[in-house]
Design a protein around this ligand. Structure first.
Ligand code: COI
Length: 358
């Protein structure tokens, strides 16, 4: 189980808790945590030791800066071991690059590439026996960093904690498709803000609308641009795609959209599979009328957690429903299958996205 890593110290206790851990049968997503974690502290302009230790609760001072001013970033990536073919990490360097872009925006220090990547590999390697082997399930790895200065002054923290935890997880959504409410009131992110950074506040900002959407019978919210309330952005935790025959459209990336790694992979993969991909401005009213006319036959959402989830219906607060022709469209499902084949090691890996971890 696992091996040593050059930059990470692995405690004997971590090895012991791994030996004594047994995986519950019912996993769900992000609920069961692996019994180990990685932690490191930043102070005086440098990172201290990166340590793998038993999973444990944190002790924070009540003035800990993150609790008040939300100076925090995170990533999500998966290690797959379907049918025991892995474990494979998927495009972890992309998560690393985005992590440090988020860090820059949130006035936080860089984490060295080798430590971020080695940390994800070490968690995968040591938890390889805990990765569920059913297709679509995985070890969901969550690197994150937060401000730890203990005082209430509103200025950038000078101390930080970096951690990696991981969760043996089943697929994110249990149902085969989602219903989506178009949000024309609240906004998720505005130009010049932090929408492109993977920081907790963007997710917190989405929760009120999410509750309202659930009350109205929807699963998710589709965000529009803050200025015109007209152009499709993303879905908090997921990017958005619409299928028009052989053409697949997705909103052009802006500073108010998270640059999804699954999104980017789908753009490349769909082109490889012969689809025409358009990264373009998408007007919500045009999309809704294209769904009505049948010009748009499928919509889907994608993200690391969900991979690809088809959208069966878009609705508005005025009570209009725009039902997609397919609840699980053939294009969405084909791309999902092809992407999972790469991620889980069944298919070729034409873009070298997959990394085997022993
Ligand atoms: C991911 O796909 O990793 C996400 O960011 C979604 C997460 C917030 C559950």
């Amino acid at each position: 189980m696992g091996h040593s890593y050059k930059s990470i110290s692995i405690s004997e206790e971590a090895i012991k808790v791994l030996e004594n851990f047994s995986l519950p049968e019912d996993l769900a997503f992000g609920k069961v945590m692996a019994p180990i974690m990685i932690e490191a502290d930043y102070a005086n302009g440098k990172w201290g030791e990166f340590k793998m230790v038993p999973y444990h609760k944190l002790t924070l001072d009540p003035t800990c800066k993150v609790l008040h001013y939300a100076q925090e970033i995170f990533e999500g990536l998966k290690a797959y071991n379907a049918d025991g073919l892995g474990p494979f990490l998927f495009r972890a360097e992309e998560n690393y690059k985005r992590f440090n872009l988020s860090a820059q925006r949130m006035a936080m220090p860089d984490v060295p590439a080798e430590l971020f990547l080695e940390g994800c590999e070490a968690m995968t390697s040591h938890c390889s026996h805990l990765i569920p082997t059913e297709s679509g399930s995985s070890l969901y790895i969550r690197p994150f960093m937060f401000a730890t200065d203990d005082n209430l002054g509103i200025k950038p923290s000078e101390t930080f904690k970096f951690m990696i935890v991981a969760s043996p997880s089943a697929a994110y959504f249990s149902s085969g498709s989602v219903k989506v409410l178009v949000e024309k009131g609240a906004v998720r992110a505005c130009p010049g803000g932090v929408g492109h950074a993977k920081t907790g506040g963007n997710y917190a900002a989405s929760l009120y609308s999410m509750i309202e959407a659930k009350k109205a019978g929807y699963d998710q919210v589709l965000w529009l641009d803050a200025v015109n309330k007209k152009y499709i952005e993303e879905m908090s935790g997921m990017n958005f795609f619409a299928v028009y025959g052989n053409t697949i459209k997705t909103p052009t990336l802006t500073e108010t959209i998270l640059n999804g790694i699954t999104r980017k992979s789908i753009v490349t993969l769909a082109q490889h599979l012969g689809y025409q991909v358009e990264e373009t401005t998408m007007d919500i009213d045009e999309l809704l009328s294209d769904i009505k006319s049948g010009a748009c036959s499928e919509c889907f959402a994608c993200g690391t957690a969900v991979i690809i989830t088809p959208i069966s219906l878009l609705g508005t607060r005025e009570g209009e429903h725009f039902k997609l022709e397919h609840e699980q469209g053939p294009v969405s499902m084909r791309i999902r299958t092809e992407l999972l084949n790469i991620q889980e090691g069944r298919g070729d890996d034409p873009f070298q996205w997959r990394q085997s971890v022993k």
